[in-house]
Design a binder for this molecule. Sequence first.
Ligand code: PLP
Length: 409
Amino acid sequence: MIYINENFLKLQNSYLFTTVAKKVSEFQKNNPNKEVIKLGIGDVTRPIVPAVIEAMHKATDELSKAETFRGYGPEQGYDFLKQAIIDNDFKDLGIELDEIFVSDGAKSDCGNIVDIFCKNNTVAITDPVYPVYIDTNVMSGRSGDYNENNGMYENIVYMPTKKENDFVPELPKQKVDIIYLCLPNNPTGTVLNKKELKKFVDYAKENKAIILFDAAYEAFITEKDIPHSIYEIEGAKDVAIEFRSFSKTAGFTGVRCAYTVVPKTVFGYTKTGEKVLLNKLWNRRMTTKFNGVSYVVQRAAEATYTPDGRKQIMENIKYYQENAKIIKDGLNEAGFEVFGGVNSPYIWLKTPNNMKSWDFFDKLLNEAGVVGTPGVGFGNCGEGYFRLTAFSTKENTIKAVSRIVKLFK
Ligand code: PLP
């Protein structure tokens, strides 16, 4: 008899984006002449930049000739890309490291990393949260059951992140072993400064814990004193794994490329207290279960670091940053309480008159033809909040903001 992994049965179905899609398609069916503007899903809209396309064409041609053909590559990524990452993403910040694992996505890496940790570790996540962190821990048996009454999984430590604490999560009161931090944050668009992040690094050191640091939106940071990498914080190289992605930085959501840094100074422990390098375990995991990112895609990722590539991807990021500003300023002026949007493509707004997130969603869709994401879909503490993204066109962003402002005048 084939037994299943019953942890999967604990998972709550994520109705968030399916419910959003269903409501939108119903609205469109009933209102075929009304234009709907979507500021909901966190996917990019600007095309891949010319320098990257050129590199992909060149790499594709190389595969057509026996002399330059490539088969299986190193599971950890080609040296040319790893070196470009080290030189451009870390050396400029004064960070020395060389332990890069190239992959097909930060989502896969954030999800797969749990393979190397013991089932009995206690996990802390922020609330609201990027759902991958919690769901992958539920799947691998690191949570108890879902509690319908409070909307939380047992044995998971939730760190509320809301306006009452300036979106700075408090350190866990109890001892935890694995802490997920996403900065700049999805969904709130907020950040921690170096001092605030240092507290987490110190906590991890004291408790022999690990920080899983998701920096997928690092390219959107505009303010000084906001760390682009957790390794800018003293001591972090001993306690943190960092995830990065080309998805939002270079429009690779469909192309697929990301990387993870597992410094050779980060250790875990056996039950008998023996220290083990996490880098060794992750390397073993990747070489066993993953066959690397395609050569063409790695050449594409490398091209994002050339002078032309950098200039072109930064133009796209600037385009989204301007959209974020249009949303933030427009809603602020109209009297909304708005968070994020300065170091992030996400704008997190407090719904007026304490409206429930889904009520606000319905009102916006039905009366303004604008789609966003109800904050409660990311966790209990997201109730009464709403997420808008800066990834649409400038024209639609301006139109959507003016419709929202008019609706709530
Ligand atoms: N991490 C966060 C916080 C995200 O919001 C996303 C995508 O929306 C990802 C990771 C996924 O990145 P990738 O496309 O590299 O899998």
